[in-house]
Design a binder for this molecule. Structure first.
Ligand SMILES: Nc1ncnc2c1ncn2[C@@H]1O[C@H](COP(=O)(O)OP(=O)(O)OP(=O)(O)O)[C@@H](O)[C@H]1O
Length: 618
């Protein structure tokens, strides 16, 4: 027998379970049954793929046994089982991405609000330690010659030893803590209670779940085993859908939205999809385990079938059951299958249509959807041009019109002022940075509304999406924004020609042009990009990804009505020493960068020039 240590994160999670304040302890049984069901799915699939596998698939089942005298509860399956290495890797460590963040977040909270976090993370097998003071797992994989016995009391270590005569599959035995009403700990040796929990949490599991009879009573199958997606929607309760969602997603929360779809005709399939109510911690990490599962004629084929859902809908969970695919479909086949492509197109349309309905009929749910997944959904504006309009239709954006409420593009267009041809937006790191940026001054003063885009992905899609309802997207920090009359403009341009050409020359290292602006009312200057230039944020993003880029020179725009700009013009006209005025030019450019929340190319130099200048003014 060997004694091994839990990995430190696993140890922390176990401690959390042992001292759990999680009020619904019944969920441990759901986790065990769910794992057993997965193990049976995997065995069937493996046996199908490998005809030589030495496994018994004749009577797949999950059995729950209790021993009231010993106060033990055993959940047994004759599924795929685990090898010794599996046990050490899967039970002794937590490979799940986001574990570290989860533990950190948990530490920052007090006990009372940890339920929700635990729910979001899902602690699987370890949840058994909420109800047991010792857990024993005996398992055998068909490819291993002998079985393994794993045991732990949830402290820092576990033991592991070979078992010569183990049966195929896995048996998890819990030595139950005494029932304790104060601790929300019911008596899990009570068959009535167990029956009720299985009915409630696992009725849809397609494998039979048998409650072994005590005192000579007949064993009984307690679940109805009906595939939920095959039942008419009207017959399924919301609670049943929610349980099924938890089974496929391993998320303990309720789904935000349930979508059911039946396609009939030449290519028949059923889909039952869910929108989670909370983004997982690993939403932005590429490696993910669970998305949409593929079944063929009720037989589980694979988890996270990427061919069915595009990357930007990676948060959608659920099941698609196709009637006309072969049971031995592989990823390679799926990628080329035209039927699968049609299916995917239809599913995406259905999901996007659901978002649209949520927007109009269930605005609170839509708000949650957007808050949790909006940034991901917007990736589709780049990656899925075919559905661009449908995605734009369900987007909402912060805007200068309201500090809290977001707006749809349709509503924005509706409110556009007479003569306004474009949808104005500004990208930036935060709402405050955008709102305080000089670029917005004149537009706001004249009553135009500007969309405030602060997600990193916004920088990318606005460059790729040409228009919405025939209105182009126009960055207020790019290209020409023309708000004044043409006559005023050409007069001013003449008046300031000497100044702009002198500044263009003096600042030629930093900017490609200096010109007059109609964007500004109170600031002296701002920096803008050409229509097709990268924005500074995008430039930074590409650099962070390791791309070599030439430095993008931008354009300095001046406010001719500002006393500083006017003063500079007059000084130049009076023939003041240009070398003496050069630091002013530099400060003007530097402060325009600071005002938009940008970075100075050489902050130390800026500070020095500023100090010199201030000193001279004393
Ligand atoms: N009865 C079982 N038969 C075979 N393998 C199992 C069994 N129970 C657990 N496992 C293996 O151990 C792994 C870890 O299980 P655990 O319940 O902790 O997490 P999970 O099911 O992967 O995810 P989650 O914590 O989100 O539920 C499983 O993914 C599976 O590979």
């Amino acid at each position: 027998m060997e004694t091994l240590e839990f990995q430190s994160e696993a140890r922390q999670l176990l401690q959390l379970m042992i001292h759990s304040v999680y009020s619904n302890k019944d969920t441990f049984l759901r986790e065990l049954v769910s794992n057993a069901s997965d193990a049976l799915d995997k065995l069937r699939l493996e046996a199908f793929r490998d005809k030589d596998l030495d496994a018994d698939t004749a009577d797949p089942r999950i059995t729950i046994e209790v021993d009231r005298a010993e106060r033990t509860l055993t959940v047994r399956d004759n599924g795929i089982g685990m090898t010794r290495d599996d046990v050490v890797a899967l039970i002794g460590t937590i490979a799940k991405s986001g574990t570290a963040e989860f533990l950190r977040a948990l530490k920052e909270r007090d006990g009372s609000s940890s339920d929700e976090l635990i729910g979001q993370f899902g602690i699987g097998f370890y949840s058994t330690f909420m109800v047991a003071d010792r857990v024993t797992l005996v398992t055998k994989h068909p490819r291993s010659a002998e079985g393994v016995r794993w045991e732990s009391d949830g402290g820092g270590t576990y033991t592991i030893e070979p078992v010569a005569d183990a049966q195929q599959g896995t048996a998890v035995t819990l030595r139950l803590k005494p029932a304790d009403d104060d601790d929300h700990l019911p008596d899990y040796t009570d068959p009535a209670r167990l029956r009720q929990i299985v009915k409630r949490y696992a009725d849809f599991i397609t494998w039979p779940i048998t409650l072994a009879g005590e005192d000579g009573a007949e064993p009984e199958v307690v679940n109805s085993r009906k595939a939920l997606w095959a039942r008419p929607q009207s017959e399924v309760t919301e609670e049943e859908y929610a349980e099924f969602y938890r089974h496929v997603s391993h998320d303990w929360n309720k789904p935000l939205e349930t979508i059911s779809l039946k396609a009939e005709g030449t290519f028949e399939y059923q889909a039952l999809l869910f929108i989670p109510s909370q983004a997982p911690l690993d939403l932005f990490m590429r490696e993910r385990k669970r998305g949409v599962q593929l079944y063929v004629k009720r037989v589980f084929i694979m988890d996270d079938c990427e061919e069915l859902m595009p990357e930007y809908l990676r948060f959608v969970k659920g099941v698609v059951d196709a009637q006309d695919l072969s049971l031995n479909v592989s990823r390679e086949i799926l990628q080329q299958d035209r039927q699968i492509q049609l299916m995917r197109r239809r599913l995406v349309k259905k999901v996007l249509a659901t978002f649209k309905t949520m927007m109009s009929d269930r605005p609170e749910n839509y708000a949650v959807l957007w808050r949790e997944f909006g940034a991901v959904l917007k990736e589709g504006l780049l990656s899925d041009p075919d559905n661009r309009d449908a995605i734009l239709a369900v987007c909402s954006f912060a805007s200068t019109r309201d500090a809290e409420a977001t707006t749809t593009l349709a509503d924005y267009v509706e409110r556009m002022r007479d003569g306004q041809e474009e949808i104005y937006y500004m990208t930036g790191d935060s709402r405050a940075a955008v709102e305080n940026s000089p670029h917005l001054e004149a537009l706001l003063a004249k009553g135009y509304e500007v969309l405030i885009l602060t997600d990193p992905v916004d920088e990318m899609w606005v460059g790729a999406v040409p228009e919405f309802q025939g209105k182009r997207f126009q960055s207020v920090a790019k290209g020409e924004v023309d708000l004044g009359s043409d006559e005023d403009r050409s007069q001013a341009e003449q008046d300031f020609a000497d100044l702009t050409s002198w500044l263009t020359e003096t600042l030629s290292e930093q900017v490609k042009e200096v010109r007059l602006s109609s964007r500004l009312t109170t600031s002296p200057a701002c920096v803008v990009g050409d229509s097709h230039d990268l924005t500074p944020t995008l430039e930074k993003m590409y650099r962070a990804m390791g791309q070599e880029l030439p430095r993008v020179k931008r354009i300095l725009e001046l406010n001719p009505a500002h006393p500083l700009v006017e003063g500079l013009r007059a000084a130049l006209a009076d023939g003041r020493d240009r070398a003496e005025l050069a630091p002013v030019a530099e400060l003007l450019h530097g402060s325009a960068l600071l005002a938009e929340g940008g970075d100075l190319p050489d902050p130390a130099r800026f500070a020095r020039v500023l100090a010199d200048h201030l000193q001279r003014g004393l």
